[in-house]
Design a protein around this ligand. Structure first.
Ligand SMILES: O=C(CO)[C@H](O)[C@H](O)COP(=O)(O)O
Length: 261
């Protein structure tokens, strides 16, 4: 492992490395977006190249599609794959019920469609993403560019009627311009601090004309794998109600790190 890899990257890698053990030959796999998911894509690529694992990947962003092709994973669109065995993705926050905030990387729409079209979703994370209540991380909401300021005003009006601690909203920028998602939309980030009823908020947001999707993933995630910088991993399975502690041996993954040197 390169000495310069930060503790947080070691933790993300450990979670990603354990998650790919759930991928079986012939599976159709949703490939998440973000720095943690990128480790998972690299790990899967290694298995495809070195061990002949046959999988079909469905990327959740153009960034992930580029990386997957680069590491040798065959990719298709969701309409070609139709239904997936498993999606592995990162998250910005997860709570005790494995509800999530996603979209920090701007890919929430494709991520939610792909995860929902999967038999199972595994989230990979370092320990910092675990929260008692969702909402410290700004909640991303994807809105169509047409009339986005009106949509934002409607969102702010709706926020008065739900139990949240903060109500500030900001348009996500890329430099001085609005951030544009892969689907050509904008993102409004909601600074709520604490969301008392994520299910109610998710439904209320999606009823507003102009809102395409929100970053609350409710009842979608089946398992969270939390990695530590020392290779410790904790697997929390919401369906089985189980918590398992294991350890990853970094020395076995020298090839993946060698690619980065
Ligand atoms: O939802 C996402 C992208 O839209 C990411 O999964 C989320 O932002 C976590 O990213 P990272 O693994 O880089 O912390």
């Amino acid at each position: 492992m390169p000495a310069e890899l930060s503790p947080i990257d070691k933790a993300k890698f450990a979670a990603a490395r354990r998650a790919v053990d759930f991928v079986e030959d012939g599976m159709k796999v949703g490939l998440g977006t973000g720095s943690t998911a990128a480790w998972m894509v690299r790990c899967l690529g290694e298995l495809v190249r070195e061990e002949g694992l046959r999988i079909t990947g469905v990327p959740t962003s153009s960034r992930t599609a580029d990386l997957a092709r680069q590491v040798g994973i065959p990719v298709v669109g969701l309409d070609e794959a139709k239904w997936l065995d498993l999606t592995i993705d990162g998250a910005d926050e997860f709570d005790g019920e494995l509800n999530l905030i996603k979209g920090g990387g701007g890919a929430l729409l494709q991520e939610k469609i792909v995860a929902t079209a999967s038999d199972r979703m595994i989230v990979i994370s370092d320990a910092s993403k675990e929260v008692v209540s969702l909402g410290a991380f700004p909640l991303p909401v994807e809105v169509v560019p047409f009339g986005w300021q009106t949509t934002r005003a409607l969102i702010e009006e709706m926020l008065i009627s739900v139990e949240v601690l903060g109500r500030q909203t900001t348009l996500r920028l890329n430099g001085s311009q609005p951030y544009i998602t892969d689907e050509g939309n904008h993102i409004v980030d909601l600074h709520l601090n604490r969301i008392s009823n994520p299910r109610q908020l998710a439904m209320a947001l999606n009823q507003i004309p102009g809102v395409v999707e929100n970053g609350l993933f409710i009842d979608i995630c089946d398992m969270v794998i939390i990695g530590g910088p020392d290779g410790a991993v904790e697997l929390r399975d919401i369906n089985a109600g189980s918590v398992t502690q294991e350890r990853i041996d970094f020395a076995e993954d020298a090839n993946i790190f060698a690619d980065l040197d």
